[in-house]
Design a protein around this ligand. Structure first.
Ligand SMILES: [Zn+2]
Length: 360
């Protein structure tokens, strides 16, 4: 295994916590504890994003913000039927084809978990029914209740969080299967940066944190970005690998390194920053690959804040994101880590002057 025991534990801990947009408490509490134990002070925006702060001794310190989102895709209970089955709204982008007969966890009012499944009609009964259309609105979530009253007595309420179960499995030294790699990848990386740089003096103030509600419109990235007002924001996120289509020419191949994301659905990258990112990859001796995406990240909102904020994405790709069976490559993670640490080591007054002055 290319990852050490500690890195594996971080991935296991963070991918197995559950948190849809607006209900990121478990992840926030984990990060609060981890950041505090490392000796960092905490900051919060009013939506629930949490940020560790590492101050510089430099009086004219610039500010750098590393951010990853805490939320994952999932569901909210939207109706409790008389027979005890539940209907749900999707929270974030889900491919309904991946869902039928999945095992589901529901978090009750008291914070306990109930086990259930998304019902699927067997082929005998399917023909000509509404359920023949694989739409989340038609799906029934079954937790074994016999009535609406029983469901409510057991802590089910409208708005309750549900997520698909997705235990972590180490497939081999290169590949790990788990859920929520989008974007616990970024939270693991942020923590490793904080651990690695704990006793290193930096020329800039470093802010590292978890944002809320990215999957429903990059909301916490906007509010935490506004709060910190960084000179440079680096968004750590996990993008869809395209090699699942069988096209080995498509951009985004698993195991081919860091994504140099030149454009996506909500940001055109700052070319000078991409050059800097690639220079740091070369220096770190890690693989990188160009990437574009119709989707977006927190960078989309952060770079438009105030007068505009210099923003870079620092992403890896994974297969099957937004499902409970995501596979990522440990070498991609290490490429992202080593190149990010190289970027942070190179950020000095001269580099900031160049980057911030490049378009003036
Ligand atoms: Zn993401």
């Amino acid at each position: 295994m290319k990852l050490n025991e500690h890195q594996l534990k971080l991935f296991e801990d963070l991918t197995q916590l559950n948190g849809i947009a607006g209900q990121e408490d478990e992840i926030r509490n984990y990060l609060k504890k981890a950041y505090t134990e490392l000796g960092y002070e905490l900051m919060f925006d009013n939506l629930g994003s949490v940020i560790a702060v590492k101050r510089s001794k430099n009086k004219k310190a610039k500010k750098v913000f590393l951010v990853a989102h805490m939320d994952e895709v999932g569901f909210m209970v939207s109706n409790i039927l008389p027979n005890g089955m539940l209907k749900a709204n999707a929270v974030g982008g889900l491919n309904s084809e991946t869902l039928l007969s999945s095992r589901v966890l529901l978090k009750t009012k008291d914070g306990n978990y109930l086990k259930g499944a998304i019902s699927a009609l067997p082929p005998h009964l399917l023909k000509g029914t509404e359920m023949a259309k694989t739409e989340i609105a038609n799906m029934l979530f079954d937790f074994g209740f016999t009535s609406k009253e029983e469901a409510i007595e057991n802590g089910v309420y409208l708005g309750a969080m549900m997520v698909i179960e997705g235990k972590m499995e180490i497939l081999n030294e290169n590949r790990i299967l788990t859920k929520a790699v989008d974007d616990r990848y970024g939270l693991v990386l942020g923590l490793e940066v904080l651990e690695t740089l704990k006793n290193v003096d930096l020329e800039f103030d470093l802010f590292v944190g978890g944002s809320v509600q990215e999957e429903v419109g990059c909301r916490g990235g906007m509010t935490s970005g506004y709060l910190i007002n960084p000179d440079l924001a680096i968004v750590l996120d996990c993008s869809p690998a395209r090699d699942t289509s069988g096209d080995n020419m498509a951009l985004g191949q698993l195991g081919q390194g860091l994504l140099v994301r030149f454009m996506d659905g909500n940001m055109i990258a700052f070319k000078e920053l991409l050059d800097f990112q690639m220079k740091c990859c070369k220096e770190a001796g890690v693989k990188y690959q160009y990437f574009d995406s119709p989707g977006g990240t927190d960078a989309g909102n952060i770079h438009k804040l105030r007068e505009g904020i210099l923003t870079l994405t620092h992403c890896i790709c994974a297969r099957g994101i937004h499902t409970c069976s995501t596979i990522f490559d440990t070498n991609d993670y290490l490429a992202a880590r080593d190149s990010l640490l190289t970027i942070l080591r190179h950020l000095n007054t001269k580099e900031f002057d160049f980057l911030l002055g490049a378009r003036k």
